[in-house]
Design a protein around this ligand. Structure first.
Ligand code: DER
Length: 233
């Protein structure tokens, strides 16, 4: 489909422009990153690249292993040369909403350890002027299970909107993250000061992390329907 083609364009551009020999690469989660891992594996084979990959989720780890890429971790490579990941939405300031796939906590850690954090997305659904324009599921927030109700109430009381526990589809009960935590999706009302809101939500006891990536992405690659790639710095 067009969207898949656009994801592939963005993914290939990011891998070709930002991955060199002898590097440690953070590998994101979701569906767009699959194309990036395909491209990474192809380049490793063709160019005999010596790279190691650090995953941002169980899914990313599976992708790395399935492509016979060298698996590593932040114990061995606490500083990464580059991290490549998708996003649920990107605004004009390169503020991201991430966590649609429930992996935001490791994604943010890995992104924070990389010299360059690069985002890949299909233009048609992810590129917005302001957050909330296209992504309607709200900001994902990882919470410690025993605290999800008070955290939910505090967020709505302080910041408005609605917040809901993310329920699983193929399993009874809530989604459980790779860290054995729960997820809230906060449907905010209108534009916010994302730097302030992110910091304030992070401080609520019981919150592990938020899907707001503020001042983290260095560049975003958007695959376009006409087959071109748009870059935002
Ligand atoms: O959940 C995540 O943070 C993913 O990276 C998500 O934001 C992008 O997923 P997609 O590439 O399947 O749209």
């Amino acid at each position: 489909t067009m969207a898949e083609e656009a994801k592939k364009l963005a993914a290939y551009a990011a891998v070709d422009n930002h991955v060199q020999n002898n590097q440690a690469v953070g590998v994101g989660s979701g569906s767009t990153i699959v194309y990036a891992v395909d491209r990474l594996a192809a380049r490793v084979r063709q160019e005999k690249l010596n790279i190691v990959c650090v995953p941002t989720s169980f899914q990313a780890r599976q992708l790395i292993l399935q492509h016979s890429l060298a698996l590593s971790d932040l114990d061995r490579h606490p500083q990464l040369d580059v991290a490549i990941d998708g996003a649920d939405e990107v605004d004009a300031d390169l503020t991201l909403i991430k966590g649609g796939g429930g992996c935001l906590t490791h994604e943010k850690i890995v992104a924070s350890c990389a010299k360059h954090f690069i985002v890949i997305a299909d233009y048609s659904r992810k590129d917005s002027k302001v957050l909330g324009q296209q992504w309607k599921k709200g900001v994902p927030i990882e919470v410690i299970p025993m605290a999800y109700v008070p955290v939910c109430r505090t967020i709505v009381r302080r910041f408005g909107g609605e917040a809901h526990l993310r329920m699983a589809v193929s399993k009874a009960g809530p989604v459980v993250t790779d860290n054995s935590n729960f997820l809230l999706d906060w449907k905010f009302d209108g534009a916010q000061n994302w730097r302030e809101v992110n910091a304030a939500i992070k401080m609520i006891p019981g919150v592990v992390d938020t899907g707001l990536f503020v001042d983290m992405a260095e560049r975003a690659y958007f695959g376009m329907e006409d087959g071109s790639v748009q870059v935002r710095d």
